[in-house]
Design a protein around this ligand. Sequence first.
Ligand code: IMP
Length: 176
Amino acid sequence: MGETNLQIQVLISAEEIATRVGQLGKEISGDYAGDDLVVVGILRGAFVFVSELIRQITIPLEVDFMAVSSYGPSTKTSGVVRLLKDLDTAVEGRNLLIVEDIIDTGLTLSYLQQVLLSRNPASIKTAVLLDKVERRQIDFSPDYIGFTIPDRFVIGYGIDHNQRYRELPYVGVVPE
Ligand code: IMP
């Protein structure tokens, strides 16, 4: 509504993302060859990454989603994550691949891993498109990482700022 777009700089182009997602898909297909696989996408930020990644995976899989939000105003440091939507799939005895847009402090992924571990899956691994490795507050290393990025606020490719910019085909930063 008359709001002008912020000036956005491309950090990772659509082509670079496509190439890397293709590599990750190939790697994941090899690692899980012959195994059952449930991709657990984390809403909303990861929905674009999930949709492209599964099309680069060449083994049979199922997809389900969870939604989480940080809880309260000081959430970035409180470590409290709220589950907004749970899986519909029973995961006991299955191989789970949690797919997230960004790992920052690591609190969200570590919470999700804990929640899912309590359901006795056969295995849990994690895939992130972006890793802000400098920001980590707890020791957490995703198994598959698209790109390591500096501590900048990013948008696009499913990732929002106040619910906007998810539709951009690239990962961008707003100049400070
Ligand atoms: P963590 O729990 O601190 O690792 O946070 C991960 C979540 O923080 C991501 O799933 C994003 O929703 C959000 N986040 C972290 N950095 C950014 C960013 O640069 N842009 C948009 N969302 C971000």
